[in-house]
Design a protein around this ligand. Structure first.
Ligand SMILES: Nc1nc2c([nH]c(=O)n2[C@H]2C[C@H](O)[C@@H](COP(=O)(O)OP(=O)(O)OP(=O)(O)O)O2)c(=O)[nH]1
Length: 133
């Protein structure tokens, strides 16, 4: 089965909300929420991938910080190795260029979204960190 290495940005604002992105009906994993990002290309670091993908998908510039979680999830047709990172917007205003929509979601309601399954461990970690901080 095809295996891809993907990274996702957990973009946080000053109100501690997370920028969540809804995959469009025409994408794979349609109508599921994800952390914006994409596949790591050859010769790229995860941080470089995230800065490039966020520019393409959301039209803004981010700075990438600590790694949050790494998981391997086996979907019916693809194995996704997803690595998520903390990030902040340092320039521009995010717009949904490829997604159905994007929304700033408070941590308390993060778990109510219909997430791509590979993202669940990151969501759980964000909530656990919130409790113990
Ligand atoms: N960007 C991103 N992709 C994710 C997440 N969770 C998750 O399972 N994925 C999957 C969806 C895709 O199969 C793959 C990332 O693909 P991509 O974002 O670079 O490109 P894509 O939607 O055009 O992918 P595809 O249609 O070619 O499969 O990882 C996530 O949080 N962010």
């Amino acid at each position: 089965m095809k295996k891809v290495k993907v990274c996702g940005a957990v973009i946080r604002n000053d109100q501690n909300e997370i920028l969540c992105a809804l995959r469009s009906p025409t994408m794979s994993l349609p109508n599921l929420w994800e952390f914006p990002g994409g596949k790591i290309e050859e010769g790229e670091t995860a941080e470089e991938t995230l800065v490039r993908e966020i520019k393409e998908e959301l039209g803004c510039t981010i700075e990438v910080y600590d790694k949050i979680e790494e998981v391997e999830y086996v979907y019916p047709h693809i194995i996704v190795n997803l690595i998520t990172y903390e990030a902040k917007i340092i320039d521009g205003r995010p717009q949904a260029k490829e997604h159905a929509k994007i929304e700033w979601i408070p941590l308390d309601v993060l778990q109510q979204l219909n997430w791509a399954p590979a993202d669940i461990p990151t969501v759980k970690k964000l909530l656990a960190n919130k409790i113990y901080k």
